[in-house]
Design a protein around this ligand. Structure first.
Ligand SMILES: C[S@@+](CC[C@H](N)C(=O)[O-])C[C@H]1O[C@@H](n2cnc3c(N)ncnc32)[C@H](O)[C@@H]1O
Length: 642
């Protein structure tokens, strides 16, 4: 555009001083990613192995341009931090710098909310619905109190990062509606260039109306499509549409065009009608088979059209607000590589299960509604975005202890070595930042409690080594001290609860959250599991005998309906040969709509990507259990195979 004729959208806070036109600098904080789980990938590196998942032999199929050493990526955390980390790359994790590497981005950002706070889970015939807590509502109000201006600021910096990640031939589709669609269009003109706007796609759906409405029923969303350059992927033939009945009736008739005298026989191209920029895709009952319990879930048919038209097999497709993982599931089924990110723990859990169960979902290459995809997902890895607060706390442990005590609403105590605070007459010990509480540590805490006449103690930790889960309470009983192991919520969680996005977590206790709301932060007691282990020669069998979920208000609502608390297990997975690095999921069982209970027994022979226990020896087995509220428990078992 000629520089004398510029047009742009200005919102409060866009410029330091509007008159001067000097843009506010967006801070880019780099926080490394942490790998937490590897799925459908044997531990052996550099070898292509056939995974044998529950008896169904499965060799991943790779389209021609799909590098076999690539692992798809699912990130839990704020997408701003996730994108900054991806731009930089991390060779140790096998992630190359991703600038200019992503061929297609689709996002469906929330309007004026941060993480999706509410969720529904079905147990037997009752549904648990978690409403946003007081604190979440407060976070919502605080984060978006600047209205549309705040929203635009939030989107601006994220869209700038997305542009950097986009390949030269790349496209970005931004799913919006009447709330902010028009503002974002103008903002995207500035970031991507007016000349790179390709079209606005209108998705039309249907729904019930209520009497007395004073507007026309809103039945469409708009999806803005921009490309990085003029040389972009577009394959309309892959998404041609059916001609209308009226057009079909015209076929074979003769028509004289206004401008000529020539008579033309109307012939409709066999491959279908050139795709148009609006499409009707019903939701409601039409989506029933793909629903995974996520309110804002979009139809797979919508994503299929976008992915087919704007990417090729083997390309990288990303969704940084992935919600229930629709984009990722469709990309997987269409042979694209994918990267997904979400701030909500629940969204990550739903997405993980959706991808693990993908073989049971609808096949997208066929119109037959009932035909299943039938293949397992290619390997993928789950990452957490680390927290920069954590790095700071490692250097300043005293500050960290004070911060955690404040979140836990405990009073700090001085002059002790292991007792850091007190809450309701219980001593409080805060475990080290980002490392598991050990049995040695527990022993020292209990000795100090005994000496100082404390008969109850809360031991707070990010993680607990396996013997602590087993032994701490037993040791406490021997010493007449009531021990509770309390999980410190991860920083991601604290952040998504308290601040949603950009607020510096270190400022939270003093400047944002008052005492009353602080009480709402949840420090759960660690769930308890009793595992039965049987070794038959070279086969190990693990059984969940008992699973005890610590009482919470959500649980209280349904507790009378639960006959066996193992029904509260949403997902459990086993790494049969745990090497104290990343958890490699090589067996798993999880709840689905059709099968609302997990299996309680697992055999090492059911998961044999590399033939477990061919050699005798001492092995560690890691068991990960996630309950329906998203709380995670990991237990490590050691076995001797003779
Ligand atoms: C409208 S939903 C997306 C639904 C998705 N298209 C689907 O089909 O399931 C928006 C998602 O963005 C997530 N979100 C909000 N702010 C975020 C942020 N800063 N980083 C990552 N995810 C975020 C929310 O947790 C929510 O799951």
């Amino acid at each position: 555009m000629h520089k004398d004729y510029w047009v742009e959208l200005i919102w409060s806070d866009k410029y330091k001083e509007i008159k001067k036109g000097e843009r506010k600098k967006y801070e880019r904080i780099y926080v490394p990613l942490q790998k937490v789980e590897t799925i459908n990938k044997p531990r052996v590196i550099g070898e292509q192995l056939t995974l044998d998942l529950k008896g169904t032999s499965h060799t991943p199929e790779y389209p021609e341009n799909y590098p076999k050493d690539w692992k798809n990526i699912l990130i839990w955390g704020d997408n701003k931090l996730a994108m900054t980390a991806l731009l930089k790359g991390d060779p140790d994790l096998g992630i190359p710098p991703m600038a200019g590497k992503i061929n297609l981005i689709y996002i469906d950002p929330p309007f004026f909310t941060g993480a999706d706070f509410s969720f529904k889970v079905k147990i037997d015939n009752s549904e648990i619905e978690k409403e946003p807590t007081l604190i979440e509502e407060k976070a919502y109000r605080d984060t978006w109190k600047g209205g549309i201006a705040t929203y635009l600021d939030y989107m601006y910096e994220r869209l700038v990062l997305m542009r950097e990640l986009l390949a030269e031939n790349g496209s970005i589709y931004v799913h919006l509606d009447w709330h902010v669609g028009h503002y974002v269009k103008v903002m995207m003109d500035e970031i991507f260039g007016y000349e790179n706007f390709r079209n606005e796609i209108v998705w039309v759906y249907s729904g019930a109306t209520s009497p007395g409405m004073r507007v026309l029923a809103r039945r469409h969303d708009c999806i803005l499509w921009y490309t990085k350059s003029d040389d972009y992927i577009f394959e309309p033939d892959r998404i041609r549409q059916e001609f209308s009945e009226a057009s079909k009736r015209m076929e074979g008739r003769k028509k004289i065009f206004h401008h000529g005298r020539e008579e033309v026989v109307i012939a409709l191209p066999e491959k279908g009608k050139f795709p148009e920029d609006w499409i009707y895709i019903p939701t409601g009952v039409a989506m029933i088979h793909e629903r995974v319990g996520f309110d804002t879930q979009k139809p797979e048919a919508l994503l299929k059209r976008i992915i087919l038209a704007s990417s090729n097999p083997g390309d990288i497709v990303a969704d940084f607000f992935c919600g229930s993982g629709t984009t990722l599931a469709v990309a997987e089924k269409l042979g694209r590589r994918w990267i997904g990110c979400d701030l909500s723990k629940y969204a990550i859990q739903v997405t993980r299960k959706r991808l693990l169960d993908i073989h049971n979902s609808k096949d997208l290459t066929n119109d037959d509604e009932k035909r299943k995809y039938g293949k397992h997902s290619r390997p993928f890895e789950i990452y957490n975005v680390g927290s920069y607060e954590l790095e700071r706390f490692k250097k300043e442990p005293e500050k960290y202890i004070k911060f955690i005590l404040k979140l836990y609403s405990a009073k700090p105590l001085e002059n002790f070595s292991y007792i850091h605070g007190i809450k309701d007459k219980r001593a409080v010990h805060v475990g080290f930042v980002d490392s598991p509480v050990t049995m040695e540590e527990v022993k020292k805490v209990l000795e100090e409690c005994k000496k100082n006449n404390f008969n109850a103690v809360d031991i707070l930790g990010f993680d607990f080594s396996y013997e602590v889960n087993e032994m701490a309470k037993v040791l406490g009983k021997r010493k007449n001290i009531d021990v509770a192991l309390i999980q410190i919520p991860s920083f991601n969680e604290i952040k998504s609860i308290l601040a949603t996005t950009d607020i510096d977590i270190l400022k939270i206790p003093d400047e944002i959250v008052d005492e009353k709301t602080l009480e709402q932060i949840k420090f759960h007691e660690v769930n308890y599991v009793d595992l039965g282990i049987k070794i038959n020669g070279r086969e190990v069998e693990i059984e969940i005998k008992k699973f005890i979920v610590v009482p919470t208000p959500e649980l209280a609502e349904i507790s009378d309906k639960i006959k066996d608390s193992r029904e509260l297990i949403d997902y459990w997975a086993i790494d049969w040969d745990y090497k104290e690095d990343t958890f490699h999921n090589t067996w798993q069982s999880f709840r689905t709509k059709k099968k609302p209970k997990v299996e309680y027994k697992a055999k090492s022979t059911d998961a044999k990507p590399i033939g477990y226990y061919k050699d005798p020896g001492h092995y560690k087995i890691a068991v990960k259990i996630i309950d329906v509220f998203g709380n995670e428990l990991t237990k490590i078992i050691e076995v001797d195979i003779k």
